[in-house]
Design a protein around this ligand. Structure first.
Ligand code: PRP
Ligand code: URA
Length: 209
């Protein structure tokens, strides 16, 4: 599918298998999500623009590569997005952070917004939106609608698992936003869960069920 990258790195796939296993504990699930997010972060930032700056090493003066442009923004869709956020910040500690509070109504599967806080100047920054699950895509589409209302123009979406139905909806709603995912699963079930999936990411991260 155009605009969709599947991150098939062996370490990502290995960790994802352990996360899918229903016997994996909350503590392990959280640790694995943090570990996997550093690997995903590496891939989603692979083609960032570089410039050079002059530095002095102990032996010479050189023009050395450095990231170009304003600081990145990582936008976490609460709650489960925070599981990816932590590992991303381990790799890019200077990134700015946006929090987008959304939960999915269990009956309608429509997102309900309860919080939004983002840095200024979204128009000048690359924004990487993170949420482990892209199911119907209603939450991701709403989050990106909101960021665009605030001026965001350069956005990428990073998740762990995507359903084909959700991917299709997402790509037709926001064709300008590339998607990075560790896997595309088979389908959604009648309750809007990804199958085979890993269950409810937020509940598994925080032990709330
Ligand atoms: C989960 C997940 C996504 C959303 C995906 O969050 O983290 O945000 O569902 O589903 P969708 O693509 O059908 O919108 P949830 O609403 O369960 O909230 P939580 O993170 O607070 O548990
Ligand atoms: N949200 C989740 O946490 N898991 C799913 O499978 C679908 C939506």
């Amino acid at each position: 599918m155009d605009g969709v990258t599947v991150i098939d790195h062996p370490l990502v796939q290995h960790k994802l298998t352990i996360m899918r296993d229903k016997e994996t504990s909350t503590a392990s699930f959280r640790r694995l999500l943090r570990e996997i997010s550093t690997l995903l972060c590496y891939e989603v930032t692979r083609n960032l623009d570089l410039t050079t700056k002059q530095i002095e090493t102990p032996l010479a003066t050189i023009d050395s590569p450095t990231l170009e442009g304003k600081k990145l923004v990582f936008a976490s869709i609460l709650r489960a997005g925070n599981g990816l956020l932590e590992g991303m910040l381990d790799l890019v500690p200077a990134a700015r952070v946006a929090h987008i509070g959304l939960y999915r109504d269990h009956d309608t599967l429509q997102p309900v917004e309860y919080y939004f806080k983002a840095p200024e100047n979204l128009a000048d920054r690359l924004i990487i939106v993170v949420d482990p699950m892209l199911a119907t895509a209603n939450s991701a589409i709403a989050a990106i609608d909101k960021l665009k209302e605030r001026g965001a123009r350069n956005i990428r979406f990073l998740c762990l698992l995507a359903a084909p139905e959700g991917l299709e909806r997402f790509c037709s709603s926001h064709p300008d936003v590339p998607v990075f995912t560790a896997a595309i699963d088979n389908q959604l079930n009648e309750k809007g869960y990804i199958v085979p999936g890993l269950g409810d990411a937020g509940d598994r991260m925080y032990g709330t069920k």
